[in-house]
Each structure stands twice: as C-alpha cells, then as structure tokens.
Design a binder for this molecule. Structure first.
Ligand code: HEM
Length: 303
C-alpha cells in the first residue's frame, strides 16, 4: 500500500511543515550529527579502509559507557533511599545496554588479521586498556585496583575522576547498606582491592575473610530461599548478577576476538595481549552473590 501523500506529493508534508519555523531545532542540530561525523580521525596514511570501523566501534562503546555510568549513579541514589524497585528499573536499562555491548565486539570479526595489520602500528601505543570510563564502570561495580591507577596518572581530569570513584562506595556496598537497613546482618566486606586477590579464585579475597563471607552467605540465603518476602531485594540481586555476567561475558568475547585478530602478539598497550586478557576472566564484582548459589537449599515457594 502506498504512503498517503499531500498535494505536493511529499509524505512528510510541505516543507517547512506548519508550525516549524526556519530557526526551529532540527534533528541534525539537536544531535550534533555534523560534529559527530567529524570525530573519526584516521591515523593511517593514506587512511586504511577499516580504520573508521575500528574508531567508530570504540567511540560507540565509550558513548554507551558514558550512559551506563549516568544510569549507575542514579541506581546508587535510589538504593541510598531504599527505593529498590526504582533502582532496579534503571539497573535493567544498564543490563540491556550491557547485553548489546557483549554482542557489539563481534562486528570486528569482519576485519581480517591482515587488514588490522594494515593500520595497527599507526595507533600504537593507544589501547582499550587506557579506557578510563571502562575503569570507572569496574570501580563502581566494586573492582577497585590501586595498582591499575598508576597507569592513569597522566590522564588528568580522568585520573581525578577515577580517584574519586575509588573513594566512593560501589554498587555492592550500597546494596549491602540497604540490606542492613532492612534488617540483614551482613558483616562488613573488607575494603577489597583486586590487586590483593587471586585472579584464579573468582576475585575472592584470601583465606582470612572466609568466616565473614560464610556468615554473609547465610544471610543472603534468606533472600534467595524466601524471595516472596524480599522480592524487590531478590530481583535487584539478580540484576547485579546480570550485570556481572555481562561484564564477564564481554571480557571473554573480547579476549576471543582479540586472539582471532592478533593471535598472541603483545598488546599495543604493552601487555602480553591475550594472555593478559585471560588473566582477567575470573574477575567478579559480586562474589557473594555468585557463591550463595552453592549453599541454597530447595524449598517450595508460595508467591
Ligand atoms: C581488533 C580489535 C581489538 C584488539 C586487537 C584489542 C586488543 C586488546 C589488547 C591486546 C588488550 C590488552 C592491553 C594491551 O596490551 O593493549 C586490550 C585491552 C582492552 N580492550 Fe581491546 N582490543 C580490541 C577491541 C576493543 C574494543 C572494541 C573495545 C571496546 C571498548 C576494547 C576495550 C578494551 C578494554 C576495556 C581493555 C582493558 C581490559 C582489562 O584490562 O581488563 N577493545 N585490548
């Protein structure tokens, strides 16, 4: 069926449409499309055909990272006010974006290893490792890593932002605080620094915290074994797991795509490349929420 048209034959009406003056805001101005299109500066000379793909994929990741941080700040605000359901509404938005980000990395599989070699040297020593927004997301998630900060000391304002994030309570901290206000007895999590932990042990602090964790797991069991009593808290905890799972999946998909494109070459950021990326795969933001599954006992739930 053909679109209805006006007398001029244009489906959008005569231009400019009624009520829209020449000075009115338009799509391209509102979204700064021209400025956006001018932000892809190729470093290869002459510009390699695949470099715009490489730039745009990273830039879109950074835009989504920006939004994720914007939403996580609001999630934390709602948790601090015990508005768990509202916090979860925005957590679900974050998780929808995270799912997209896991998939997005695969667009790079349309670039062959040889094509990447055609411009890889031109971007050396820049690396995703230096993404300060990615580090901010990790920190808000609870993955504080003092040793990593040394890599960002020349990042100016971004370093200050990271340092500030390191001082603030992360998502897990504010969720635990909300649970304590609800009456759960949760022993304080140690001020956990990833660099003090064993990366093969699911980012679990060492032996010394086992008793504290045991007692927290017994409290968290109540949320999972009695979801009908603590539904909002239960659903929020599952959203945290969604977030953590997506982050872990992103790490794994990224590492595999990197192996496919550069094999076991060193990274442009100076690391051992895929071997380094594999060492990050077991990082978890909310280790208690993963472990609690192991101690759950079945009971019939009457919702
Ligand atoms: C062909 C494409 C890509 C290659 C070959 C690649 C390669 C690497 C390598 C080798 C590292 C380790 C650090 C280093 O020594 O450089 C790394 C880290 C990283 N890359 Fe990529 N990458 C690619 C695409 C992307 C994309 C699209 C993103 C999106 C933001 C990204 C984000 C990151 C992040 C955040 C890290 C740090 C990971 C961590 O420390 O846990 N990379 N990348």
């Amino acid at each position: 069926m053909s679109e209805p048209t006006n007398r001029s034959g244009c489906p959008f009406g005569e231009l400019p449409p009624v009520g829209i003056t020449e000075n009115a805001l338009n799509y391209n101005d509102y979204l700064k499309v021209e400025q956006l299109k001018n932000l892809q500066i190729c470093m290869s000379e002459p510009a390699h055909h695949d470099e715009p793909l490489f730039i745009i994929i990273h830039q879109t990741y950074e835009l989504w990272f920006k939004l994720i941080l914007h939403e996580l700040d609001l999630v934390i605000e709602f948790l601090n006010k015990d508005r768990i359901r509202r916090a979860n509404f925005f957590m679900k938005r974050v998780n929808a974006i995270m799912k997209l980000l896991v998939q997005q990395i695969h667009i790079l599989e349309t670039m062959t290893p040889m094509e990447f070699l055609g411009f890889r040297n031109s971007l050396n020593p820049a690396s995703g490792f230096q993404s300060t927004q990615f580090r901010e997301i990790e920190i808000v998630g609870g993955l504080k890593d003092k040793k990593l900060m040394a890599h960002f000391d020349r990042a100016g304002d971004a370093y200050a932002k990271l340092a500030q994030r390191n001082l603030e309570p992360g998502l897990g901290d504010v969720f635990y605080a909300a649970l304590r206000r609800k009456g759960f007895v949760l022993e304080q999590t140690p001020d956990c620094d990833v660099s003090d932990t064993d990366s093969n042990n699911q980012h679990q602090p060492q032996q010394k915290t086992d008793t504290a964790q045991e007692s927290r797991l017994q409290e968290l069991r109540k949320i999972y074994e009695h979801p009908e009593q603590f539904l909002d808290y239960h659903d929020f905890a599952e959203s945290l797991i969604d977030f953590d799972e997506s982050l872990a999946l992103w790490r794994s998909h990224h590492a595999t795509v990197v192996e496919r494109v550069i094999g076991f070459k060193r990274g442009t950021g100076g690391s051992e490349g895929v071997q380094y990326l594999r060492s990050t795969l077991n990082k978890r933001c909310f280790p208690d929420l993963w472990k609690v599954r192991t101690v759950l006992q079945y009971r019939e739930i009457d919702y």
